[in-house]
Structures are given as structure tokens and as C-alpha cells.
Design a protein. Structure first.
Length: 411
């Protein structure tokens, strides 16, 4: 077992307090957005001797990974776990399929864009499905909402542009209607866009003040009014807030079409390739395939690539992508989305039915636990992390605490 020293990423949307409090370190007033617990070469964890975890795995692939993981993914840790702390909205973004990641990576290489450059979307050849489990109340937007419900919400704004978009959503098959609406929105810029965003923000504020008393309907199948109004309350509050931060960003208008998701502690959502999303606030544990590929369309000062997002995004309406945990014992929950690279287990001592093979990365979420194998043991306090290689075999927990365990799912 190896205690890890993990790097933090200071993206502008990060919280100034959540990760320092989690790690028990002084806050310096700067945003700390992500704690990377893994071996991605962008910010690999360090071992006690100062060596890099990714290099250690390459040097000892069979004992670190096990033969099955090595045969499937090569000499690399196929997942990355993070603690994520959002105080402001993340960029409006989407992740590619494996095939698109390989194509995009090679295309940007051929274009002469160096790895690590801010104008790159594809930093590696891998897809990036991801799952976020809330530690605190966690909010975000993910996937395009049912178009009839979106039309109802848009009409509550009582604004000509919103009425016209609502009508367009109802006039074509959902995929085509959403693709056309988003394409049109993201093509706008300049003073006309600024004025439209300001108008929509004012309309959203007015709709909140009215208490959403409008009883206009779409003329099509009636949708549950209470459901529409509950979501419209969150949507309009978010629109007002985003318009203040990004008064010239068309992504503000795209968010009117997305599911707004609120997670309580322990709840999760899974984001597969193509799902347009943006987290907005909260603290959570995130696990993903080990990739740093992000295609952005707005709500960020970073590089955006609208044509690429329009090409790879999934415009088929979907429910909010909530992922249910599977209880495997009284003290253990497993999150196992349909991907080969990762599973996540949340365990309280005396957690049982823990992953017994392959590489495992542990992050202590609260309290204190001792992690033991047949040959070694290590104590973890809140915020500390540990790499358990395949060769260490089964592990047990002792103490009073909660641990997140990232692993490669068994066949």
C-alpha cells in the first residue's frame, strides 16, 4: 500500500474553502476546484519516496494492476478519482466517445497543437465517462430535457424569443429540433446577443416574481404543472445568475434546455459520452475514465469549440441522468455504471464486500480508518488517500470513518 500526495487544480470555478477544509489545510483565498487522486500524467499522485504513481505503475504493471487490467488497458491506471468543489458553474461541456477521442487527438497533433495547450480539446486518446457522488448538496445541469417540458418552461418567460424557440421545439422531431435550436443559439454574438441575454434574464426574474402563475399550455399533451413549475424555479434562478456572470455568452441560453439536477448527499449522476452538462455548486467525489478530454461550448474563459460540440453532443432528450447506488451490505454502497474502466464503492467501517482485486485507490471522506491487507496496514484521516495494488489482495477497514474506493469492475 502507498500513501499518496495528491495535486489540486485551481480552476476559477472552484471553492476557496471546501477542499482546504476537507484536507485540513489553511485556505489561502484562492479557488481550489479538484483534488486529483490517481495516475493521470496531467497531475499524478506522488508516493512517499517522491516518485510518481503513473511511473510506478509502468515499472510494476503486473503487481500494481493485475493481469486482467493490464491485458485490457495496458500499463496504466484506467480511472481517475477526484474530490470536486464547485462554487461557480463549470463550463458547458461534453466528453467524446473512444473513437472520437482517438480521431480528435490525432487531428490536433497533425495540426501542430502541442499537448497541454489551452486551445486543445483532446489531451489524450481516451473517452471520459464520469460519475459524481454528492458529499454535500450538489447541483448541476445534464442532458437535454423533454422538449414538451422545455416548451412549457420557455413559455413561462412570456418573451417573444422564448415563445418562438418553444414553437420550434414542438414543430420537428426532438433530436433535430434541439440540434437546430442549440446551433442557432451558439451562432449568436455581439451586441444583439448581449441584449437578448439581458432580456431573457429580466424575463426570468419577472417569471419568478409572478410565482409562475401563467396557465398557458403548449396545445399538446398536458404535462404535470407542479413538475414544470418546480423545475422552472431552478431554471430561472440559474438563468439570472448565469447572465450576471456571462452577459455575452450564448451558453446561458442553452442551459434553458437542460435538465437541472439537485443531488442530496449520497446521490449520484452518471454522464456518458455526448451528454451536455455543467456542474454549478457543491462538493462531491467524481470518478471517470482516466482522460482529460473536454469539449466546451460556453460559460468559461477557456477554449471553446462549438462545431466539435455540435458534432459529438447527444441531442436526444433524456431524463436527468441519476444513477442509483446498489447496497451490497449494511455499510457499503456500490456505484457501477456501464463502463469497463471504473466502479466506485462508498464504505463505512466495518465495510464489507469491498473490491478484492485489481488496482484500488482510496480516499477517506470523513473520520479515521485503518486499511489492512494480509501483509500491511495504513491509517487514513479525512482527506488522505491510498493506492492499494492488486498484489495486496483483499482489504478490510477498521475505525470510524467513510472511504471512497475506486476500482476496476470485475467481469
Amino acid at each position: 500500500m502507498h500513501l499518496l500526495t495528491c495535486a489540486t487544480r485551481d480552476y476559477a470555478w472552484g471553492s476557496t474553502s471546501l477542499i482546504p477544509r476537507f484536507l485540513g489545510t489553511p485556505a489561502d483565498g484562492q479557488p481550489q476546484a479538484e483534488l486529483w487522486v490517481g495516475a493521470h500524467p496531467g497531475s499524478p499522485a506522488l508516493l512517499p519516496d517522491g516518485g510518481r504513481l503513473d511511473e510506478h505503475i509502468r515499472d510494476h504493471p503486473a503487481t500494481a494492476l493485475g493481469q486482467d487490467t493490464l491485458d485490457t488497458f495496458g500499463p496504466r491506471l484506467p480511472y481517475l478519482m477526484k474530490a470536486l468543489a464547485a462554487a461557480e458553474p463549470l463550463s458547458l461541456q461534453v466528453h467524446p466517445t473512444s473513437q472520437r477521442a482517438r480521431l480528435g487527438y490525432e487531428h490536433e497533433n497533425q495540426a501542430g497543437i502541442p499537448l497541454g495547450a489551452t486551445q486543445r480539446c483532446y489531451q489524450d486518446r481516451f473517452h471520459k465517462p464520469e460519475l459524481i457522488v454528492a458529499i454535500t448538496r450538489f447541483e448541476g445541469m445534464a442532458g437535454f430535457r423533454d422538449v414538451e417540458k422545455s416548451a412549457r418552461i420557455l413559455r413561462l418567460l412570456e418573451h417573444p424569443w422564448a415563445d418562438r424557440v418553444a414553437k420550434d421545439l414542438e414543430s420537428a422531431p426532438p433530436f433535430q429540433a434541439l440540434h437546430a435550436a442549440v446551433s442557432e443559439i451558439l451562432s449568436q454574438d455581439g451586441s444583439e446577443l448581449r441584449g437578448l441575454i439581458a432580456d431573457i434574464a429580466a424575463a426570468a426574474h419577472a417569471a419568478e416574481a409572478r410565482g409562475h402563475r401563467s396557465n398557458r399550455t403548449s396545445g399538446r399533451m398536458y404535462l404535470d404543472r407542479a413538475s414544470v413549475e418546480r423545475e422552472s424555479t431552478r431554471v430561472f434562478a440559474q438563468t439570472v445568475s448565469l447572465a450576471q456572470r456571462y452577459p455575452t455568452d450564448p451558453g446561458v441560453l442553452v442551459t434553458l434546455l437542460l435538465n437541472h439536477v439537485v443531488l442530496s448527499p449520497g446521490e449520484a449522476m452518471f454522464l456518458d459520452a455526448g451528454v451536455v452538462h455543467a456542474y454549478t455548486s457543491g462538493f462531491g467525489v467524481e470518478i471517470m475514465a482516466a482522460s482529460d478530454n473536454v469539449v466546451r461550448a460556453g460559460l468559461t474563459p477557456k477554449h471553446v469549440d462549438v462545431p466539435e460540440l455540435l458534432h459529438i453532443a447527444n441531442f436526444t432528450p433524456m431524463p436527468a441522468p441519476i444513477w442509483e447506488a446498489t447496497p451490497v451490505s449494511a455499510n457499503t454502497l456500490a456505484y457501477r455504471p456501464p463502463v469497463a474502466e471504473f466502479a466506485l464503492t462508498i464504505a463505512r467501517e466495518p465495510g464489507d464486500q469491498l473490491p478484492t482485486e485489481g488496482p484500488r485507490t482510496l480516499l477517506c471522506l470523513d473520520g479515521s480508518v485503518t486499511v489492512s491487507s494480509a501483509d500491511a496496514s495504513r491509517e487514513l484521516q479525512r482527506g488522505q488517500s491510498l493506492f492499494v495494488p492488486h498484489a495486496d489482495g483483499a482489504i478490510t477497514l477498521d475505525g470510524e470513518g467513510t472511504v471512497a474506493i475506486a476500482s476496476v469492475p470485475s467481469a
